[in-house]
Design a protein around this ligand. Structure first.
Ligand code: CMP
Length: 140
């Protein structure tokens, strides 16, 4: 069974979209195995977005990610990395298909409501910023 790291971003928390976004993951049959509401530190945001360190939008992205609380979680399911990327839609929400989370709730490339790991390697790095191994809950 595969796992992925997902973050509901400050724009979505501010707009009261936590429940709507979780609903989409749950009705798809994905299992939440860890979850919490946190205010990310600058250090955590810089680590989360370290692959984008050299990009012109990095500073703005870090400011946005630390601008309010986020919900971080780990989801489990078959091919969950690909499945969640499909559910959330294209990074640039202006191009995201209707029916996807970004397509339905955002219209901006930066304030795009949700983040999800793009590979098993990203999952490994990203989830360790927020979760210890003993914070996962297994259940049937
Ligand atoms: P996310 O999936 O969290 O991964 C990296 C984030 O960087 C992305 O969503 C956007 O929020 C942001 N991002 C990507 N490209 C751009 C861009 N060209 N301008 C501003 N922000 C961007």
């Amino acid at each position: 069974m595969e796992r992925t790291f997902v973050m509901i971003k400050p724009d979505a928390v501010r707009r009261g979209l936590i429940g709507e976004i979780l609903r989409r993951f749950e009705r798809k049959g994905l299992r939440i195995v860890a979850m919490k509401l946190v205010r990310m530190t600058r250090r955590e945001a810089e680590e989360l977005y370290s692959p984008h360190k050299e990009k012109p939008f990095f500073e703005s992205l870090v400011k946005f990610a630390t601008s309010g609380p986020v919900v971080v979680m780990v989801l489990e399911g078959d091919s969950v990395i690909r499945v969640v990327r499909n559910l959330i839609g294209a990074t640039d929400a202006r191009k995201a298909a209707p029916g996807t989370i970004r397509g339905d709730f955002a219209n901006d490339i930066e304030k795009n409501v949700v983040h999800a790991s793009d590979s098993p390697e990203s999952f490994e790095r990203e989830h360790r910023i927020f979760f210890k191994d003993d914070e996962f809950v297994s259940y049937e």
